[in-house]
Design a protein around this ligand. Structure first.
Ligand code: HDD
Length: 727
């Protein structure tokens, strides 16, 4: 690619100053107009044929060009991340609203004139690098803020809690969820024995299980997910006063998911669904945006809650402590090279800047060790901070030296401190000069290997989450648990899980048990095997449900106060055929475009389709290479060859799936013979269709068809439709 084209082609506004992008420029390579060379810069005359003794003779060892090419290829792979191997990244920026200087001295959160560059990587957790995007899984949401005071990484997820309370259990959790060790089955799924065996013995995971079984685990798009820092961190202001803080990101497009049957089908139709969606939208200039917010808790209120702020399996309900917006984050540029940027980026919750500090959350404390350690084996050297995507934009000087693949050429003869030969440079910075000073926290305690008793309420917030959902969302949780546990072969594990669920909600447990052909036996004391051998079992017995929690709308995607009816960036499939009414197509297409959505033309073949006026319109996809699960809604305009559509199994399946997945479906009234062939057809004839939620018929009498279609599309899904679905 030519140098001058790169920013434009990747969707970035060319004049959008981003110091990190300038910082990357010195490493970019543009081969346009250049000769092919070896790694040593020698021009290559022929890289198609090996050097041989005669045209049909043996290859010669002296062929340095062939040896270099093959050797480099042999070493192209690095170990994938042990978790979060599958991911997608993008560049962007963060702008502060400038309202938190009382709480933190972090300049990038206070100075409204600074546009802080960011690189964000979204991921699934369990699957390998090549696994499907639509696995039921937690999504990683990791942000590197290249601030002027050094890099700050928020290494979060799209769910605000975690499975375990202590980092010591992380290897066990991951071993349990990854494919089973004897046969490496299943890929990117928690629906198997070892995962649920572990979970059934770890009641502390129940809150996270509710989130992971909810539709949050199958997002519609990375652009439509919330992000959470999960742990309680500390803000520290210029007077040294600390305030507890939880980080939140709220997507401008709302938080949305697909449905489970759809997720399964997307995995087959387009395993790169989320990756493609992120990439394409950034290329099209639909820059994803989030509002960055914080929940702030004064230090003196630390013990005011009925849970422990240090326990990462707990949220602070937003109704108790509202989220204060403090800035916005926009992603506006795709990486130039997946490996160099998305694969080599290395995040670490321990990368903090002055004004942000840790708490004693034992999960966070363990993470502070793990992330540097893992980069040493994944990226192979303590110099991973020098990889272009990882290096800060803030100046970097220290006495760390050498090691594999060192890039920097440190000039001078001192690399120790104190030194007198270089006036003791690089010099330590006083706090007033921006030196990082850890929060002055008093710690006085016995050395113990123990869990705090204040971490023992494992069910109340699980129940809070479940009770805050709409009936539709609750049903999805029940169905997810049925699906997952029905894949567990060991009946005792299923039974233990039903027992744990009954501690959260009896009706939930009963419905899951029905799906498994089990009865809910009388509630037994839940097992907690996640304690030390000499631990006082009584002390760690899970506490009974705390009934003081009020349901929280912020936990439901449907009732969420930030829910928006925007249809921006949504894609509507237009099922067309030769002789399609140009007027019908253009009417809805233009109306969608005006609201920021788009139409995709699906036809009987690739290439062009002839309209009723003889014009050609380009088909984006063919019936045989597409599926309604890849779109947000479906429209069937008047098509002359309507019989051909009515007889096409792909078209029928397209519409039936859209119906099953509760998507808006619009038909021109002329398409009656097609409607009759679909599962909508048996809902009682054309005149009854107006009673079927989310199915619109466009006739001369229904002037508001486009308005109604757009309004329903803005609801994301027509959940009332689920009454027609039997599973
Ligand atoms: Fe972790 C990667 C998020 C607990 C150990 N983690 C990783 C990534 C995300 C998270 C988003 C991918 C970053 C990227 O895109 O490169 N991890 C979390 C969250 C946790 C959490 C939100 C709990 C609140 N993680 C956690 C624990 C440990 C780790 C308790 C170990 C004790 N995580 C790792 C790791 C990874 C990682 C092994 C793999 C690749 C990497 O770090 O760079 O070190």
């Amino acid at each position: 690619m030519k140098k001058k084209d790169s920013a434009k082609a990747s969707g970035a506004p060319v004049n959008d100053a981003n110091v990190k992008l300038d910082n990357l420029e010195r490493n970019r390579e543009y081969s346009d107009g250049q000769f092919l060379t070896t790694d040593q810069g020698v021009r290559i005359n022929n890289d198609h044929d090996t050097l041989k003794a005669g045209e049909r003779g043996p290859s010669l060892l002296e062929d340095f060009i062939m040896r270099e090419k093959i050797t480099h290829f042999d070493h192209e792979r690095i170990p994938e991340r042990i978790v979060h191997a599958r991911g997608s990244g993008a560049h962007g920026y963060f702008e502060a609203y400038g309202n938190v200087s009382n709480y933190t001295k972090a300049a990038f959160l206070n100075d409204t004139s600074i546009k802080t560059p960011v690189f964000v990587r979204f991921s699934t957790v369990a699957g390998f690098r090549g696994s499907t995007d639509l696995a039921r899984d937690v999504r990683g949401f990791a942000i590197k803020f290249y601030t002027q005071e050094g890099n700050f990484d928020m290494v979060g997820n799209n769910m605000p809690v975690f499975f375990i309370q202590d980092a010591m259990k992380f290897p066990d959790l991951i071993h349990a969820v990854k494919p089973e060790p004897h046969n490496e089955i299943p890929q990117a799924q928690s629906a198997h024995d070892t995962f649920w065996d572990f979970i059934s013995l770890m009641p502390e995971s129940m809150h996270m299980i509710m989130w992971a079984m909810s539709d949050r685990a199958i997002p519609r798009s990375y652009r439509m997910m919330e992000g959470f820092g999960i742990h309680t961190f500390r803000f520290v202001n210029s007077e040294g006063k600390s305030t507890f803080v939880k980080f939140h990101l709220k997507p401008k497009l709302g938080t949305h998911a697909v449905v489970w049957d759809e997720a399964l089908k997307i995995s087959g139709n387009d395993p790169d669904f989320h990756r493609r969606d992120l990439y394409e939208n950034i290329e099209m200039g639909n820059f994803p945006e989030w509002e960055f917010g914080v929940q702030l808790v004064p230090e003196e209120d630390e013990h005011k809650f009925n849970f422990d702020l240090l326990d990462p399996t707990k949220i602070i309900p937003e109704e108790m402590v509202p989220v204060t917006p403090i800035g916005r984050m926009v992603l506006n540029r795709n990486p130039d090279n997946f490996f160099a940027e998305t694969e080599q980026v290395a995040f670490h919750p321990g990368h903090v800047v002055p004004g942000i500090d840790f708490t004693n959350d034992p999960l966070l404390q363990g993470r502070l060790f793990s992330y540097t350690d893992t980069q040493l084996s994944r990226l192979g050297s303590p110099n991973f901070h020098e990889i272009p995507i990882n290096r800060p934009v803030a100046p970097m000087h220290n006495n760390q030296r050498d090691g594999h693949m060192r890039q920097e050429i440190n000039v001078g003869k001192t690399h120790y401190s104190p030194n007198s030969l270089n006036d003791n440079y690089p010099a330590q910075a006083k706090e007033s000069e921006g030196g990082y000073v850890s929060h002055y926290e008093r710690v006085e305690a016995h050395k113990v290997r123990e869990r705090s008793e204040s971490f023992s309420d494992h069910f109340s917030q699980a129940a809070l989450f479940y009770n805050s959902q709409t009936t539709v969302e609750q049903n999805h949780i029940i169905n997810a648990l049925r699906f997952e546990l029905s894949k567990v072969e060991t009946v005792a594990v299923r039974e233990r899980m039903v027992g744990l669920l009954s501690q959260v909600d009896k009706k939930l447990a009963k419905k899951v048990a029905e799906g498994l052909g089990l009865a809910v036996s009388k509630p037994e004391k839940p097992m907690n095997k996640g304690v030390g051998a000499d631990a006082d079992q009584k002390k760690h017995e899970p506490k009974p449900l705390d009934k003081n929690y009020e349901p929280s709308d912020a936990l439901s995607m449907v009732k969420n106060p930030t829910v928006t009816n925007t249809i921006e960036t949504r894609q509507v499939a237009f099922l067309c055929g030769d002789g399609v009414s140009e007027k019908s197509v253009n009417a809805l297409k233009d109306a969608l475009k005006a609201k920021g959505a788009s139409a995709k033309i699906i036809g009987p073949h690739a290439g062009s389709i002839k309209t009723d006026t003889g014009k050609d319109i380009k088909a984006d996809f063919a019936f045989f290479s597409s599926s309604s699960v890849l779109f947000d809604a479906v429209y069937v305009p008047t098509v002359k060859s309507s019989d051909a559509l009515a007889k096409n199994d792909n078209v029928i399946e397209f519409i039936n799936n859209a119906f099953r997945h509760c998507k808006v479906i619009g038909f021109d009234s002329t398409m009656e013979n097609l409607i009759k062939m679909t599962s909508i057809g048996d809902k009682g004839g054309m005149d009854k269709l107006k009673d079927v939620p989310g199915v619109l018929v466009n006739s001369n009498t229904s002037k508001n068809f486009t308005d109604d279609f757009i309004k329903l599309l803005g609801q994301h899904r027509i959940w009332e439709r689920e009454q027609y679905i039997t599973e």
